[in-house]
Design a protein around this ligand. Structure first.
Ligand code: PAF
Length: 277
């Protein structure tokens, strides 16, 4: 496995990769969700590239860029095991040199949900993903459905800017009790970890209500909120039942619908979603 730190070297290594290149963009601190993406890339492509870059541009000023969990030696050894061909791990100065001033803005879908709660987040995501695609030139790139809005934003960017690669979204990986795996789960103390199952439980409630015939999206959102409010360590940021393409909130549920939420558990903000079909 080649470990590459500069853009110039990555471009040189890219020329030597054979066949379709599968790419997984990450911020490191790997969990089973990341590894499921790398495994799929490995199973489907002759060459696999992975990036590890904690992207400052997608964190707000009061967010956790400095404390975001990092464990490079462990990440590299996991990638060796998964037989990645190349790992690109640039520095912040390499990706954002002094004077960097080119940003990618995707409108509308970024106004809602995560975009509304985290202004500027998707500008940072779209810019770095665009730049990584330009450097690595993958044929296909794999993303986790847990970040449903991110998948939507990246797909829209690739489609509208005619970037000529395929975006594949893979299912959310969950712990046995339903909690979606996430690097930020590392912040949770044992009590918060237990409380965090409320995200998945409330999504299950949304599915159950829909299956029982509830069509009123407002009522589903309300019942999800009431369930979450019973958990003393949880604080709701948003609860949404929306169109999965536009992210517009629904009045009456039409399937498919994206049920999604962001909930603070102690000082940790977690997100999750399911597609109700
Ligand atoms: O999902 C993530 O880890 C990040 O948003 C990504 C896609 C690697 C861009 O920094």
């Amino acid at each position: 496995m080649q470990v590459v730190e500069t853009i110039a070297e990555m471009k040189r290594v890219r020329k030597e990769l054979t066949g379709p290149v599968g790419f997984v963009a990450t911020m490191g601190f790997f969990h089973e969700g990341h590894l499921s993406l790398v495994r799929k890339a490995r199973a489907r492509n002759p060459s696999v590239a992975v990036s590890i870059f904690v992207n400052p541009a997608q964190f707000g000023p009061a967010e956790d860029f400095d404390t975001y969990p990092r464990d490079l030696p462990r990440d590299l050894s996991l990638l060796e095991k998964e037989r990645a061909d190349v790992v690109f791990m640039p520095s912040v100065a390499e990706m954002y040199p002094p004077g960097f001033d080119s940003w990618v803005d995707i409108a509308s879908v970024t106004d809602r949900l995560e975009g509304a709660s985290r202004p500027g987040h998707f500008r940072g995501v779209a810019t770095v993903v665009n730049k990584l695609f330009n450097i690595i030139r993958p044929d296909v790139s794999y993303f986790g459905q847990k970040d449903a809005q991110q998948v939507l934003v990246v797909r829209k960017m690739v489609q509208e800017l005619k970037m000529g690669l395929e975006i594949v979204a893979l299912p959310t990986v969950r712990e046995d009790d339903g909690l979606a795996v996430s690097s930020r789960n590392a912040y949770l103390n044992p009590e918060e970890r237990k409380a965090a199952t409320i995200l998945h439980r409330s999504l299950c409630l949304a599915e159950e209500l829909w299956e029982k015939g509830e069509k009123d999206a407002g009522s589903i959102r309300q019942q999800m909120r009431e369930l979450i409010q019973k958990e003393p360590l949880a604080r709701i940021d948003y609860v949404s039942i929306a169109d999965p393409e536009t992210l517009e909130e629904m009045d009456e549920v039409r399937t498919p619908a994206l049920a999604s939420l962001a909930v603070w558990t102690g000082r940790t903000r977690l997100i999750d979603n399911v597609v109700v079909e």
